[in-house]
Design a protein around this ligand. Structure first.
Ligand SMILES: Cc1ncc(COP(=O)(O)O)c(C=O)c1O
Ligand SMILES: [Zn+2]
Length: 391
């Protein structure tokens, strides 16, 4: 039996900008010193080896030493993680890409990678004794919060744009959440959350305004390494809204290198955005000093309609450090790509995932990605939730 102390090696929280330390035993949101996200830090254990993963559960909690839950009784799990990395033979042949891979997150609980972040965050909310959680969402995170709160015996309040497809609303209600609909994008939902929090005592799980969703999402990075026998790809394309997955994977690569699990070879990280909402692309190209006043419009890839990502600075840092870049693609092309992948591979992926193929084709034509490279498309969700806008 492991004691609670051995279960996690969580040590403290650090401001992502200046490094100021905060206690991991207290409830924090973001770092007040710099108004930036807080990042969990671990005493990376020499005693945690890759060999220890053998025979462990096929969920993200197999990496429990580098996840933040102190007492295992607080883990709220619905079987998230250990999603497959698929070999898309027909896409490989069509585009002459012998090293193309797809990590498919659509099989997660509630049909998206959001399950990982919400499993971690709701577990920490439970550990902190919270009874109610609240989230502004573009869609998928709301369903995931609702499901994990149901499993935890907690109340969920989900604040979502009114134009989001019906399935995203229905699932929240079915899981017993209170659903608040707002005219506008996720940034307007965030304002509504701030207003509701003045009168309701609740645990705020807004993207990167608390440190735990990032920890759940980083397990995608651990899995990519483990599933590819500890050889990271050359390029990862990731659909970027709030940036949690992108930042999380980069953090995982860093932690694994420090533990000696992987070498120093890192993938170039490509942040794929929607043409209707591309704040990172605009800042990257110098069209604005930062995204604070960026005005975006909805996208069929609702997860990409995030006009003012709180963690912009961290997203840009990952792109620079990895020698990657951001790129935006039109909605119509995303839908075409979803259909191509469905017909060729039997995979009905989210438009956010479809956007990756469009971006890949563009970067191949510009010579920024080579045909021989090991390229991983990270499909974040299931297309089934978006059907009303796709067929
Ligand atoms: C399917 C899907 N892909 C990508 C994203 C963007 O995720 P992130 O916040 O990690 O950038 C979202 C967020 O809602 C999503 O639902
Ligand atoms: Zn700071």
């Amino acid at each position: 039996m492991q004691t609670a102390q051995q279960f996690t090696s969580l040590s403290h929280l650090a401001c992502s900008q200046c490094g100021q330390q905060y206690s991991s035993f207290e409830v924090h949101t973001f770092a007040p010193c710099c108004n930036q996200p807080l990042v969990a830090q671990y005493d990376l254990p020499n005693s945690f080896s890759k060999q220890m993963l053998r025979g462990r559960e096929a969920t993200m909690w197999r990496y429990r030493e580098v996840l933040p839950v102190r007492d295992p009784v607080n883990i709220v799990s619905l079987g998230e993680g250990m999603t497959p990395i698929l070999t898309p033979h027909h896409l490989r042949a069509k585009y002459a890409l012998p090293g193309l891979l797809i990590k498919d997150e659509s099989g997660n609980p509630t049909g998206s990678f959001k399950a990982r972040g919400l499993s971690a965050a709701v577990s920490k909310a439970k550990e902190a004794g919270a009874h109610t959680c609240i989230v502004p969402t573009a869609g998928n995170a709301g369903g995931a919060l609702a499901a994990y709160c149901a499993a935890a015996g907690m109340k969920a309040i989900v604040v979502m744009p009114r134009h989001t497809p019906q399935v995203f609303k229905d699932e929240c209600r079915l899981y017993g959440a209170d659903l608040v609909l707002v005219d506008g994008l996720i940034s307007d939902c965030a304002k509504k959350v701030a207003e509701l929090k003045q009168t309701i005592d609740c645990f705020d799980i807004s993207t990167l305004k608390e440190p735990w969703r990032l920890e759940g999402k980083k397990t995608m990075g651990y899995e990519i390494a483990e599933q590819l026998n500890w050889e990271l790809p050359d390029v990862i394309l990731y659909p970027t809204g709030g940036g949690t997955g992108l930042i999380g994977m980069w953090k995982a690569f860093d932690e694994m290198e420090r533990m000696g699990w992987v070498g120093s070879h890192r993938p170039r990280m490509i942040a794929v955005q929607a043409a209707t909402c591309q704040p990172i692309v605009h800042t990257w190209h110098g069209a604005q000093p930062n995204c604070r006043n960026y005005v975006g419009r909805p996208s069929i890839a609702n997860g990409l309609a995030v006009p003012n990502p709180f963690a912009e600075r961290m997203i840009l840092q990952v792109l620079r450090d990895s020698q990657g870049l951001p790129i935006a693609v039109p909605d119509a092309d995303m839908i075409d790509a979803v259909k191509v992948i469905a017909r060729l591979e039997g995979l009905l992926i989210a438009p956010e995932g479809g956007a990756l193929l469009v971006a890949l084709r563009e970067l191949l034509s510009q010579g920024l990605i080579g045909h021989e490279e090991k390229i991983l498309l990270l499909n974040t969700g299931s297309g089934y939730k978006y059907l009303e806008n796709i067929v």
